[in-house]
Design a protein around this ligand. Sequence first.
Ligand SMILES: [Zn+2]
Length: 282
Amino acid sequence: MIINNLLNVLQFVVLTPLCSIVKASPIQDEHNRLRTGNTTGGKSPFARAYPMYEGWTHLQQASLQDAFDHALFMAANVLAYPHRDEIYPIYFQGDEDYEKVMDVFREIVGREPGDIHGAAIFKNILIDGLDRKKSCQNDPNNVLVAALLPGRVDRTIANIVCCEKCWNYPHMEDGIDCDDLGTTVSVKMSSLGGVILHELVHFDPMCVPSIGQQTEDIAWGPLSVRKLRQNEPEKACLNADNYKWYAQHLWWTVNCDRKFSGPRGSIDTYEPWCGIQGCQIQ
Ligand SMILES: [Zn+2]
């Protein structure tokens, strides 16, 4: 069912002249085509640029590539489904920020005609398995999942590092089952795709044109992001994890075809691999 919904999402965001091509292609072909390399040319009408990967095992890289696709699917899902307006106010303030927030998701899905599976500028991202800046090693509390490190001079390039804790997150497509999610929004909804989505929201070309500044890490986790929305609503659209939780909540609402109530506190809030300190995605 989820695969079908993924295809529906893709069809929705695809520009009209390309519709017939996409409808004729199974989702797996889409994945393969997406992975044909870092190219902005070529024969395919879908030719686009994907991040570079370095320092990963084949299995790790495949997981990260899947997660990258899933991040794009979640962003496309936000733009595709009317449910977004029911769930939106839980995570962001209304009229002031609605278009700004949607613009961040539009940037991620890609605005240019050739960008339909993600912004072409993602070619400027290196998903770095070598952790050159030792971000993961130098994490004193052992709660860091991943981090986006923008270029010092040019912030339209960036490295994303994924620490060991990344591998605790399940795949969105086959690692999370609606039957296991219960009735509340919780960390059981967290996938590696969500981690990548959080990082893309930190990437300057995705957020600065829309919200006028870099996104921050003010709060992490399903409960904290709601509290931020309630207590300091003007800061919600600045906080990267608000985008992640909005997109994840909406994704599972659509794909499980049911509503989820708010998190119940610590049981729904903390990934077991980080404990009550809570995981951090920087
Ligand atoms: Zn962050």
